[in-house]
Design a protein around this ligand. Structure first.
Ligand SMILES: Cc1cc2nc3c(=O)[nH]c(=O)nc-3n(C[C@H](O)[C@H](O)[C@H](O)COP(=O)(O)OP(=O)(O)OC[C@H]3O[C@@H](n4cnc5c(N)ncnc54)[C@H](O)[C@@H]3O)c2cc1C
Length: 378
């Protein structure tokens, strides 16, 4: 499956370089109960896309060190720990002393993982944020390991950039593994099925909104070894109505549990959380901390006037949780993804006008349509 399949399959854009082989399923997967009346919530969020890739750099401003750490597009949860390690290295290179209190601005995936990374390195952290979970854009994420989703444009993906991205993706993957096997299940491995009406070699119709998006590089092959291989399934090996099915294995983040755990760990290690909205960068000058890490996501677009940034809207319907469903589903060519999260069965579909769109109003008809297309599989 190539990157376009995944973009076409859903907002979260799984990139699975090689699908297949895992071990024979002992029992057929339980059917998903997908109908519009089971939609209990619709989450809308903004991906902070930056054409050049995430901005991770330090500058001196207002007599302080300001480390920028934002612009993770559709990859923030996946890549967070790896990019946070880079932000920490920049702080250390700029003279932040062990034990010194650092200001982190932002309480989304990037702010929280940065705060934890700094605490683990021996720093005290005070986190300033306008909003905290579940009101941040990160709370609307689907929750798939997709470190290559809308992370850079092809025009900016040089060899050096790509090698750097790969090392951050690997470092992040390593940290996520440390969150497996916990009672609240912040990180879990699940099987998934890529299903299609036409053979996987058939060209995909362009996904809605395709024409308005830039060209993205296919990075998945660089980290193909980080997940089990998938394989094609024959009729009788799966319960779906489509003739073409492949099984894959996928890392899933249960976002509410992950956020809750990070917040709890942050507080347990003495972290402070201050509610504050910065209306101008000049306000950084008034902070008592000498070192600041800017993890404002899409907020940096407006506050800092970064014109490389583009908001990319995403919407996910939450259906009543179905604990017996333990697999993800991607309907190729139909632009739908379903994910078995503990807080609900998530159904995502790409919209026609996501790129450049920061409209946070839910579009229920869009989610109901995605649910209908999925229901046709069972
Ligand atoms: C629908 C959808 C699906 C997604 N699916 C996935 C996925 O499956 N896997 C994956 O890895 N990624 C996914 N993403 C991408 C991921 O969610 C983002 O990359 C990530 O949320 C970015 O996190 P962030 O912390 O930079 O931003 P945010 O979550 O937006 O956090 C920004 C923080 O900064 C604060 N802030 C902003 N401006 C100010 C200000 N002026 N003053 C004070 N505080 C401020 C905010 O209040 C907030 O606390 C998805 C995103 C969406 C929208």
């Amino acid at each position: 499956m190539n990157r376009r399949d995944l973009l076409a399959a859903g907002g979260a854009a799984l990139t699975l370089p090689a699908l297949a082989l895992d071990f024979a399923a002992p029992r057929p997967p339980a059917a998903m109960r997908v109908s519009a009346d089971r939609i209990v919530d619709i989450a809308v969020g903004i991906r902070p896309f930056r054409a050049q890739g995430p901005r991770i750099e330090a500058e001196r401003r207002f007599g302080k060190t300001l480390v920028h750490h934002y612009g993770h597009g559709g990859s923030g949860w996946s890549l967070s720990w790896g990019t946070a390690q880079r932000a920490l290295a920049l702080l250390q290179a700029s003279g932040a002393r062990a034990g010194e209190r650092i200001a982190v601005i932002g309480c989304g995936a990037i702010g929280l993982t940065t705060a934890r990374t700094l605490q683990q390195a021996g720093h005290k952290v005070r986190l300033y944020a306008k909003d905290r979970p579940p009101l941040v854009h990160s709370s609307a994420a689907t929750g798939l390991w997709t470190p290559d989703s809308r992370i850079v444009t092809s025009a900016h993906a040089s060899q050096a950039w790509t090698a750097d991205w790969e090392s951050m993706a690997r470092a992040s993957f390593k940290v996520h593994q440390g969150y497996l096997g916990l009672p609240s299940g912040p990180v879990e491995w699940h099987d998934g099925y890529l299903v299609a009406d036409e053979g996987f070699d058939a060209p995909l119709p362009a996904y809605p909104g395709h024409a308005s998006e830039p060209d993205y590089p296919d990075l998945g092959g660089r980290i193909a070894d980080l997940r089990p291989q998938g394989r094609a399934l024959g009729a009788g090996e799966h319960p779906f109505r489509t003739p073409h099915v492949r099984r894959f294995t996928q890392l899933v983040f249960n976002i509410p549990a992950y956020q809750r755990l990070l917040l709890d760990d942050f507080a347990r290690d003495g972290g402070e959380l201050v509610r504050h909205e910065f209306r101008s960068p000049h306000e950084f000058a008034r902070l008592p901390e000498r070192h600041i890490v800017n993890c404002m996501g899409d907020g940096a677009r407006t506050l800092l006037g970064d014109d490389g940034m583009t908001p990319v809207r995403g919407q996910t319907a939450h259906l009543v949780p179905q604990p017996e469903v333990d697999y993800a589903l991607i309907y190729r060519g139909q632009n739908v993804v379903a994910l078995p999260r503990r807080d609900g069965l998530l159904v995502a579909a790409m919209g026609e006008h996501d790129f450049g769109n920061d409209d946070l109003r839910p579009d229920r008809a869009h989610s109901e349509d995605a649910v209908r297309r999925l229901a046709g599989l069972f």
